[in-house]
Design a protein around this ligand. Sequence first.
Ligand code: MG
Length: 153
Amino acid sequence: MRIGFGKDLHRLVPERPLVIGGITIPYDKGEEGHSDGDVLIHAVADAILGALGMDDIGHIWPDTDPALSGLDSAIIAREVGKLAENRIENIDTVITLEKPKLEPFRKEIRDNLASLLGIPASRLNIKAKTAEGFGPIGRCEAIEAEAIVLLKD
Ligand code: MG
């Protein structure tokens, strides 16, 4: 087995969509970013790339490349899913955000991201937590995601 860990954080700003695992969640702010800012996909992609012993997503999809402006992170998810070549045993994730409540969207996020990665939804777990009002996440100024993956060697 090989293990990989990834995390990502984006600022939340007005007039941007809140995209999590490829699903747009209704909210009055969204992730600031060169791409669509999908924190969950970025964390999962870095976990998979880490388990593969590859460079992180910033090397493969640089935020300095004008051609990648507004990049749909679903493309990143599909690409890392292919790189993992059916070796994904399971992925566990934690999304930390104060608002909105993600529970109503958790199944849709899981199903969509699993499909992008080319794995059964049973191999992907999505958890959401708040920051209990503390720090930038607690003040609804940022969203964070962490992911850990186990790959068959
Ligand atoms: Mg990111």
